[in-house]
Design a protein around this ligand. Structure first.
Ligand code: SF4
Ligand SMILES: [Zn+2]
Length: 377
């Protein structure tokens, strides 16, 4: 509940977080934006340097498909997720096959790639979201081409039957689960995730039983959390989930269009995390994580931009590049000699967050000249 009757509330009905999350999805503008997409073409197809499970450097192709979206979003949805901007309600099985063929055409049948990340803005193997025969085609074709496959899922969709079926068609593939936070209160009140840490543990056990690899996403700085809390909590979550994961990918918040977080940001109530915080988290946990043979990855989407993790503008490029290099090399030496005067501002923000009664944080929400910001919020 965001507001309620009681000490401060009026007689109006309380607003549910569901309504705040969904409010912008069904405006005529949002609908026409989604319907402008070509249903026969994927959202994007691109190649990046990656690392295979055995540590060998390789090239990975990422295929992001335009689907019907995520079943959890149909019901409610996560506070930060803007994938609904990229989906269409009327996607057919034929469209899914055309998009897959188009991805193969654009990459010359995945030439030079040893890994494929196939993302569907939801759970790959959820039959209500994606046709089962299409799922089977992707699993089989990537296996035949000896591509290491990475797919995504919500924890509660990981049933023993479905994962046994996935393992039958593509043994040993990686299933990435967006856990976001290893804390049930944060999952419920900050993220609205739709599953609990207990359900995540159960999913991990079923993945292991079927010989599948476990990748865990954590979200750095969910809404309604200060910078210092984000740093302390995520570092602690990372250490805990690393025991159960082959890879942990920490995703710093990037503000996606028309989400609850976007509303907070535009109201100057949320600043994406500092790159310094990500570096501090990596440096503080690197040794423990590498002893567990778990790989830590951080890819700051929109890094250095105001809607992504950023510092002061001057040092953003270098800081993002060092984090990206670390994600491939796993070498903590990437951060040597990285410094900037804005580090003192970041450090002061952490100190204030830890000593003042400001649970939502004490930092400025946007960078730039404060007078300009006051004139043009
Ligand atoms: S489960 Fe994933 S795809 Fe679904 S609403 Fe949450 S973040 Fe978005
Ligand atoms: Zn700086």
């Amino acid at each position: 509940m965001v507001s309620a009757k009681g000490l401060l509330g009026g007689d109006s009905k309380p607003t549910k977080i569901y309504h705040l999350i969904k409010a912008l999805e069904n405006t005529p503008e949002s609908k026409s934006y989604r319907e402008s997409w070509d249903a026969s073409k994927p959202v994007s197809v691109f190649k990046t340097p990656e690392t295979l499970p055995d540590g060998t450097p390789c090239t990975a192709v990422t295929v992001i498909l335009r689907t019907k979206g995520c079943a959890w979003w149909w019901k409610s949805g996560c506070t930060f997720c803007g994938y609904f901007n990229d989906v269409r309600d009327d996607i057919t099985s034929d469209d899914m096959y055309s998009q897959w063929e188009e991805a193969k055409r654009r990459t010359n049948d995945f030439e030079g790639c040893e890994m494929a990340k196939v993302y569907t803005s939801g759970t790959f193997f959820e039959d209500r979201e994606n046709p089962p025969e299409w799922q089977e085609t992707v699993l089989r074709e990537t296996f035949e081409r000896e591509l290491h496959l990475v797919i995504e899922a919500q924890a509660q969709m990981c049933t023993p039957e479905k994962l046994a079926w996935v393992a039958k068609h593509h043994p040993g593939c990686t299933v990435a689960i967006g856990l976001e936070a290893y804390d049930d209160r944060v999952l419920r009140f900050h993220v609205n995730k739709g599953f609990s840490t207990k359900q995540w543990h159960k999913a991990v056990d079923i993945l292991r039983d079927n010989g599948l690899r476990v990748k865990t996403y954590l979200l750095f700085k969910p809404p309604f959390m200060s910078e210092a809390d984000a740093l302390n909590h995520t570092t602690s979550w990372l250490r805990q989930v690393a025991h159960h994961s082959d890879e942990v990918s920490v995703n710093p918040m990037n503000i996606q269009r028309k989400t609850l977080v976007d509303r907070l940001y535009r109201n100057r109530e949320y600043r994406p995390p500092w790159l310094w915080s990500l570096i501090e988290m990596i440096q503080g946990s690197h040794e423990d994580i590498s002893q567990l043979e778990c790989r830590l990855i951080v890819h700051p989407t929109a890094g250095g931009k105001v809607r992504g993790a950023h510092n002061c503008k001057i040092c953003d490029g270098e800081a993002v590049a060092a984090i990206e290099r670390y994600s491939v090399s796993g070498d903590i030496g990437e951060f040597t000699n990285l410094d900037c005067s804005c580090k003192a501002v970041w450090r002061a923000e952490l100190d204030n967050d830890s000593s003042l009664p400001t649970p939502l944080g004490s930092g400025t929400f946007r960078r730039g000249n404060p007078i300009d910001l006051a004139r043009a919020p």
